[in-house]
Design a protein around this ligand. Structure first.
Ligand SMILES: [Zn+2]
Length: 343
């Protein structure tokens, strides 16, 4: 096979940041994707309707050259009222829940994952049919954080049976087992958790551009995620968790967590699904499953991929913003036809 078409690609977990960084990375997603679920962890995080609408406007301006729909989220707070959620419901696709301090700009995340503390807000969301997206990690040992969080996912699934709960960026085989146990659990998978293990981050030289939360794990975890993605299991969808940081914030002491994959995601996914003889499942993984889970009809947009070498740029820049993608300077076997990123 020498060409492949992806229809209405959706990235259901994306960080677009703000200001010049948004102007740089926004179009790198909107050129290829029809829509994306945008995370609200700005500085300060998005918790009001005013901030949400302002951010949406900025995103649409940054991506105005493309036909692209941002699906907005707000940052979970325990004091959101039913009335507030009802008022904002049509502007958001979900609410994102961060436990305190687990990743970039989560310092104002919830300090207790006790079900009773979360109950009023989650019950309102459940009644209003607003899904919750969860960054499921504890503050434990870095390799075990997701596994330690699984009982919390389980108690949420049991206590709120009508609430759609999205386990974001799952990274372990244990998470997959839980996902399959409860009807109201769904998950996103990133491209980096499908392709990398801890060896790629630190087994040879340290690669700060492969550092993220949750951290990439063991080969058996990666293999289990691959199996699930390649079969396009209906409870999973693609969410890149593409999370740009300034080059100097990555290549330094105290380097920030986040892997930037937005402009290479579709090429990498096509290469990966083709290598495993599963291209027939790629459209489900990267669009149809998300349409079903979130009940969304995306903008129609076809992306044509051709089997032609694509050398990943060493960096992407706009004004003072410089971002290094995963696999910089490496060669992928699939390119996007007529893509402005690749000239
Ligand atoms: Zn994220």
């Amino acid at each position: 096979m020498n060409s492949f078409v992806i229809n209405s690609a959706l990235d259901m977990h994306l960080h677009l940041r703000d200001n010049d960084m948004l102007k740089l990375v926004g179009p790198l997603t909107s050129h290829h994707f029809s829509g994306a679920l945008i995370m609200p962890n700005l500085q300060p995080p998005i918790t009001t309707k005013e901030a949400l609408l302002l951010y949406k406007d900025k995103i649409l301006k940054a991506c105005k050259a493309d036909n692209f729909e941002p699906y907005l989220t707000i940052f979970f707070q325990v004091d959101y009222t039913y009335e507030f959620l009802k008022e904002i419901k049509d502007e958001i696709i979900a609410v994102k829940l961060y436990p305190f301090g687990v990743t970039t700009n989560s310092e104002t995340g919830v300090s207790s994952m006790d079900v009773e503390v979360l109950r009023p807000t989650l019950e309102s969301m459940s009644k209003l049919n607003i899904p919750v997206c969860v960054h499921g990690e504890t503050q434990g040992f870095v390799m075990d954080r997701e596994k330690e969080f699984l009982p919390i996912y389980e108690s949420l699934a049991i206590n709120f049976p009508d609430l759609k709960i999205i386990m974001e960026h799952i990274s372990t085989k244990d998470a997959i087992e839980l996902l399959q146990k409860y009807d109201n659990l769904y998950a996103t998978i990133t491209i980096h958790h499908l392709l990398l293990t801890l060896d790629d981050l630190s087994g040879r030289m340290l690669n700060p551009h492969a550092f993220c939360k949750p951290i990439v794990k063991r080969p058996e975890d990666r293999d289990a995620l691959q199996k699930l993605a390649l079969t396009a299991h209906p409870k999973i969808m693609f969410g890149s968790d593409s999370a740009p940081h300034q080059k100097e914030m990555k290549e330094c002491h105290d380097g920030a967590a986040g892997i930037f994959t937005a402009p290479i995601a579709l090429q990498l996914l096509t290469q990966f699904f083709e290598q495993h003889g599963k291209l027939a499942n790629l459209n489900a993984f990267v669009s149809l499953n998300a349409q079903n889970i979130y009940n969304k009809k995306p903008i129609e947009k076809s992306i044509h991929l051709i089997k032609k070498d694509f050398v990943v740029p060493d960096k992407y820049t706009f004004k003072d913003e410089v971002v290094v993608p995963l696999f910089a300077k490496e060669t992928l076997s699939w390119s996007i036809e007529d893509c402005p990123n690749e000239q």
